[in-house]
Design a protein. Structure first.
Length: 172
């Protein structure tokens, strides 16, 4: 099937290996991806509108290359590794129970974003707006409070203690 320069509406993709495919200039509207491998998919000018990813592998994706007009998606139980979300408006995005490893969030609007129950190992947040974002039961995040807006963001103990790392203090 050809995925480049195409439009998909209300489609469900199950158990599909998209590795290395091109989604260039395509639109996915009200679509669901279930148990798919989206490793190294080219997202140049791709439109994602109300898309859900469930139990998907997402490796090396540059979401910053997407067409951001009416851009919206959510992820549940996904493995998201080496992906770029920089300089994007991801207000209200949901990453529920995901493994988000080595991803970049630079100058990203994550207002009201949800990272609940997610593992954020080695992911980087810099100059982000995390206002009212939720990190309830999230683990392994390193967020420098001096480099991000964090008003009313929600965190859980004991992992929230890692937020003090940026203040160069000792806790005993």
């Amino acid at each position: 099937m050809e995925y480049e320069n195409n439009e998909f509406e209300a489609e469900t993709f199950e158990n599909v290996n998209f590795t290395g495919q091109s989604f260039k200039r395509s639109a996915f509207i009200d679509c669901r991806f279930e148990n798919c491998n989206l490793s190294n998919v080219d997202l140049t000018k791709t439109r994602l509108i109300n898309v859900s990813f469930n139990n998907c592998k997402m490796l090396g994706l540059n979401f910053s290359n997407c067409d951001t007009f009416t851009f919206s998606f959510n992820c549940k139980d996904c493995q998201i590794t080496l992906c770029v979300f920089s300089e994007m408006d991801l207000k209200n995005i949901i990453f529920d129970s995901c493994k988000i490893y080595d991803c970049d969030f630079y100058r990203t609007n994550l207002t009201k974003a949800v990272f609940d129950n997610s593992d954020l190992q080695n992911s980087r947040f810099k100059n982000c707006d995390l206002s009212s974002a939720s990190f309830i039961n999230a683990v392994k995040y390193e967020i420098n409070l001096n480099q991000n807006i964090h008003k009313k963001a929600k965190f859980s103990v004991p992992e929230a203690i890692s937020l003090l790392k940026s203040f160069d203090i000792e806790i005993e």
